[in-house]
Write a protein that binds this ligand. Structure first.
Ligand code: SF4
Length: 260
């Protein structure tokens, strides 16, 4: 079974296709996955692997490890573009997420002022005021919307809560109009014989309607980069991503970044 990618709380720096030289912060356990989605394409594997035994790293430990790493990088004269919250699961499910963002801003200002802070989130915790407050403070608040068609979102992202739906998340995403970034993973394939495809004209039309409503400052579209737990999923050719991006910008006026 495909399992987690990251075996520590702080990882990298790595070169990110979208963000540059990025120091990663993994708020999930170092030996398991904790996520409120179970995406067919998740590079950290399916949730079925379990949460492991290490538990979520406490706020104080994240603070200490991050400060140690930033201090060492500064001593060594290393360059850095961004501190990115991603890792083996959804960072905003951490109960101390808001405090961790506060600590990270303080550490960034002390060691690497000017470096951006990015959070890659699946948008499932936007009903929590503490999470929204924290996301409003970061430079790149990158929120997932893979499909605006309920059945496709359910098939591709497989939210763990039956309460999560497109109808609920869209108004929550609107809170970040003009500041948030929406990211959409485009792919197609099947799972247990059931086709999944968020690249059709109808899917892109539905996304355009949703983007118009949310009005993010930017949209990122990307496709599969590494091995996925559902191996039938296709990496979409860059020409197709670019064509989708052009259509989205033409119909929404919002800039679209393509990563392939
Ligand atoms: S939201 Fe991210 S971490 Fe969670 S299952 Fe999907 S790709 Fe994996």
């Amino acid at each position: 079974m495909q399992t987690v990618l990251f075996h520590s709380t702080i990882f990298g720096p790595i070169h990110s296709r979208r963000l540059g030289t990025s120091l990663g912060v993994n708020l999930s356990p170092a030996d398991g996955k904790v996520c409120t989605f179970d995406c067919l394409y998740c590079e950290a594997g399916f949730n079925a692997q379990g949460p492991g035994r290490a538990g979520l790293p406490p706020r104080e430990e994240v603070r200490r490890l991050l400060r140690e790493k930033l201090a060492q990088m500064r001593r060594d004269g290393e360059s850095l573009d961004v501190i990115t919250f991603s890792g083996n699961g959804e960072p905003t499910v951490h109960p101390e997420f808001e405090g961790i963002i506060e600590d990270t801003i303080a550490a960034r200002d002390e060691f690497f002022p000017g470096v951006k802070i990015s959070v890659l989130s699946n948008s499932t915790q936007l009903h929590r005021p503490d999470v929204c407050r924290a996301l409003e403070r970061v430079d790149n608040n990158i929120l997932k919307l893979d499909s605006a068609v309920e059945s496709t979102m359910q098939a591709l992202d497989r939210p763990t809560s039956p309460a999560f739906s497109i109808a609920k998340v869209l108004p929550q995403l609107e809170r970040f109009a003009g500041t948030g970034i929406v990211q959409t993973m485009l792919t197609r394939g099947s799972h247990h014989g059931v086709p999944v495809d968020n690249t059709t004209d109808e899917e892109i039309s539905a996304l355009i309607e949703a983007y118009r409503r949310i009005r993010p400052r930017e949209i990122m579209i990307y496709t599969i980069d590494r091995r996925t737990p559902e191996q039938s999923l296709e990496r979409i050719p860059v020409e197709e991503l670019r064509a989708a991006a052009e259509r989205i910008t033409a119909e929404t006026g919002i800039p679209v970044q393509v990563s392939a």
